[in-house]
Structure formats: C-alpha cells, structure tokens
Design a protein around this ligand. Structure first.
Ligand SMILES: C[S@@+](CC[C@H](N)C(=O)[O-])C[C@H]1O[C@@H](n2cnc3c(N)ncnc32)[C@H](O)[C@@H]1O
Length: 273
C-alpha cells in the first residue's frame, strides 16, 4: 500500500519554505538538542523530505557533525534537495546529505537503525490511518526522538471574511479526508491519530501550534495557497464551482492588493522515546 501518488511541485515547496520556517515551533529544537548523542555524528532521517526544507531549517540549529539521510519517492525533488543542501551545523561542524529514493511506507526497522533523530514535515495529513499507524510503529521502534512538523489541523481563518469561506473550508477538509486506493486519508485528523498511537506505545508527545500567518508580504504564497485550497474544495463538492469564479476573483484581487490575511493552522509534534 502506498500513500496516494500526489506530486508536489518544487516551486510550491520553494514558495512555502519561508512561511514553513516562520511557523515551525522553535522551542522543540531545544528539546531535540538535549536528546541527541553528546558526541559523534548525528544521523537524521528526514522522511518524505521533498526539496529538503526541513534540513535547511533544522541542521543549522543543531550542534555537531550531522548526516542527513533524505528519503522521498520523487526523484525530481531529491535532485532539488541535493542542489540545495543544509548549511553547516550550529557550531560550524559538517553537515552531509545522503539521498534515498524510497517509499517511506515500505521502510523496515533496519533502514532507520542508525537514527539519532527522525523528522518529517507536511506529511502526516497525506496518509491513511493504516499508513500512519505503520509509520508511528516504525518510528517508535527506532528509539530516538521523532519530530513531525507542519501537519494541517483543519482550521483556516481568512480576513476579511467572505460568506463562502465556511463552505469552502468544510469541502476542503472533506477532500483531505477523501477515500483513495490506499484507504481514507486522515487529513486534519492525522495529528490526533499520531499522538494517540505514540502515547499508547509509551512515548512522551509534545504538541505545539505552528501556524502559517500570511500577510501582505506573502501575497504570492497566499494567492497560490488560496487557489489550491479552492480547487480541492470544488473537486470535492462540484456545487461550489458555480460560485467559485466570482469568489476567486474577489479573493485574488484582495491578495494582490495586500488586503488578505490568512492563517492556516498547523501542528508540530515532538515524540520522545
Ligand atoms: C507536502 S510535501 C512536503 C515535503 C517536505 N517534507 C517539506 O516540508 O517541504 C510531501 C512530500 O511527501 C512525499 N511523499 C508522499 N508520500 C510518500 C511516500 N509514501 N514515500 C516517499 N515520499 C512520499 C512527496 O513526494 C512530497 O515530497
């Protein structure tokens, strides 16, 4: 069983990287630092790394030599990750990258046996319940900290408000929870499902908010996010299509004029073994 094959463009990941970095829960990094081995090379497995933004954000905040093993099934995104490796560690130590093209739902415990830390970002909500359960069990079995960031939680606030917002938000959430060949996707339920399963396995789970707050300075990202959000909602609920054109014109004009403020709530999890 594989996660539904949705391809993510490197342009989209590039556009969202600064908002991702601003939203990530920085205080969890201090907890990670305390859990890392005091000496030697830290091996960090980044699951579904995309173009490598997690490594570019986190590696310079962690001390000591690091090997980032970046896993993704998309070879084009791995090429982008290889071309933009993370900078040096917080203390100037070397950070090196190894790329692995793989389906992360098929990883075996031995693939992560050397992990000092496992990370994943913007992944959990794309998984089905069975896939997430497998991932949680795999990560818990590795016996190291696990940082799972930027999962959507189904809360979006747009200002100024528009009468269509609530219906579009509900249709988008239903689209996130749609049935696929690999099972029903968890969408906004993924964070609760992962937290519950890790806790049942005896792990300590820290949960933090990691919202995107898009204002006038992020007009391009707000417009791109909005188009994807509305497109998914219309795919889910065809009746919305009639009203969608006028709604999109209103909202995109507001985004271009810097008058649109969007908050997309996400959550970060740090799991301590
Ligand atoms: C929304 S992107 C996030 C990428 C990156 N982690 C980030 O935060 O920028 C989701 C990524 O998950 C990858 N992906 C989804 N399912 C996967 C699977 N089963 N195995 C490997 N990669 C997967 C996609 O190729 C894509 O790069």
């Amino acid at each position: 069983m594989t996660v539904e094959e949705i391809r993510v463009s490197s342009q989209w990941l590039d556009l969202r990287e600064p908002a991702d970095a601003a939203g990530r829960a920085r205080d969890l990094v201090e907890r990670v630092r305390r859990q890392l081995p005091p000496t030697g090379r830290r091996v960090i497995h980044d699951l579904a790394c995309g173009s490598g933004s997690m490594g570019r954000w986190l590696a310079p905040l962690l001390p000591g030599p690091q090997l980032w093993v970046m896993h993704d099934r998309d070879g084009d995104l791995l090429d982008v990750a290889a071309a933009n490796p993370p900078g040096p560690a917080a203390d100037g130590a070397d950070v090196i990258v190894e790329l692995r093209r793989s389906d992360i739902t098929q990883l075996r415990p031995e693939d992560l046996a050397d992990a000092s830390l496992i990370t994943a970002s913007a992944l959990l909500d794309l998984m089905s319940g069975a896939q997430l359960a497998g991932l949680v069990d795999l990560c818990a079995g590795a016996g190291c900290p696990v940082m799972l960031t930027l999962s959507v939680v189904g809360r979006v606030a747009i200002e100024p408000a528009d009468p269509l917002d609530t219906r579009v938000a509900a249709a988008f959430d239903a689209h996130q929870r749609r049935m696929t060949a690999g099972g029903r996707l968890l969408g906004p339920d993924a964070v609760a499902a992962a937290t519950e399963r890790f806790r049942r396995l005896g792990a300590d789970v820290l949960l933090r908010a990691s919202p995107w707050r898009l204002r006038a300075g992020e007009a391009d990202l707000a417009a791109e996010w909005f188009s994807g959000w509305l497109g998914a909602a219309c795919e889910q609920q065809l009746e919305l299509t009639d009203e969608a054109d006028a709604y999109a014109r209103r909202r995109l004009a507001q985004a271009r004029a810097g008058e649109l403020a969007v908050t997309v709530d996400h959550a970060d999890l740090l799991v301590l073994p």
